[in-house]
Design a binder for this molecule. Structure first.
Ligand code: AMP
Length: 284
């Protein structure tokens, strides 16, 4: 599976990406994380990106495109990936299309987390206040003033990507303001469907039972077995009837034989009686 997660900074892309990574066994490719690592390592890319990032501005397209082109080619990305924070401009999106086409790869979907920027800003302000109170270190760009610039950069340069991917029929939009678990469930739903249209609600009442092929086969098998046993039963019935008939025939045959034997015996007796009568009459 190859996905893009779109959404302004603070929308929860990272959280959802980590969950999808666990669920689908794919890797999360975050250009923000890669750039921060480059800054920390003091590489030429890091040196180029450092001030732009601290100011909430975008790093040049060619820099991030080169990073992503290398990363997608690594073995762990072969099973699939989630792009988090890339592309951020239409030029980056077009470069990505070329990179993927050259490698015979395709994107499965682009999921956009829709958020309310005012609520987002208040959330960041609260988080920054809490982290400062706990004495935790903050990211250089993790403060309300820089967040405003990052949101402005998002609106101007990244938001047009929604129309770009909607035009390709790949955009799936999810309400990013809902609780994390609900957002996760909504993402799973849109990824499970073929289109970006909102899920149609089923009218209240009984759930339609849609049989899967295996279930259909099982039902057909059950039906066939039913027919077979019916045939067996019918067969058994006929056999029973025949046996009964046979038994009746045998009984009546036996009866007939008995009667014949009786008659024969009676005939012999009568014959004997008659001859003795004849003898007696002769003597007389
Ligand atoms: P993020 O962690 O995705 O919010 O990114 C932090 C910062 O890294 C951004 O404010 C930009 O300065 C820079 N950055 C990350 N990804 C990109 C990108 N695709 N294009 C340009 N700049 C980026």
């Amino acid at each position: 599976m190859r996905l893009i997660l779109l959404g302004p900074p603070g929308a929860g892309k990272g959280t959802q990406a980590q969950r999808l990574v666990r669920k689908h066994g794919i890797v999360q490719l975050s250009t923000g994380d890669m750039l921060r690592a480059a800054v920390a390592a003091g590489t030429p890319v890091g040196l180029q990106a450092k001030d732009l990032m601290a100011a909430g501005k975008l790093v040049p397209d060619e820099v991030v495109v080169a990073i992503i082109a290398d990363r997608i080619g690594e073995p762990d990305a072969r099973r699939g990936f989630i792009l988090d924070g890339f592309p951020r401009t239409v030029a980056q999106a077009e470069a990505l299309e070329t990179i993927l086409a050259e490698r015979g790869l395709k994107l499965d979907a682009v999921v956009e987390l829709k958020v309310d920027e005012d609520i987002l800003l208040r959330r960041i302000e609260n988080r920054v206040a809490e982290m400062t109170a706990r004495g935790e270190t903050l990211r250089a760009d993790d403060n309300p003033a820089v967040l405003k610039d990052r949101l402005a950069a998002y609106r101007a340069q990244t938001a047009p990507l929604s129309a770009h991917y909607a035009g390709k029929g790949m955009l799936k939009t999810v309400d990013g303001m809902a609780p994390i678990e609900e957002v996760a469930a909504a993402i799973d739903r849109v990824l499970g469907r073929g289109s970006s249209a909102p899920a149609r609600r089923r009218p209240a009442g009984r759930k339609p039972v849609r049989k899967r092929p295996a279930a259909r086969n099982a039902a057909a098998a059950r039906k066939a077995v039913g027919k077979k046993s019916a045939a067996k039963k019918a067969g058994r019935k006929t056999a029973k009837k025949a046996a009964k008939k046979g038994r009746k025939k045998a009984v009546s045959a036996a009866k007939r034989t008995k009667t014949a034997v009786k008659r024969r015996k009676a005939g012999r007796k009568n014959g004997r009686k008659a001859s003795s009568r004849r003898r007696l009459t002769k003597r007389r």
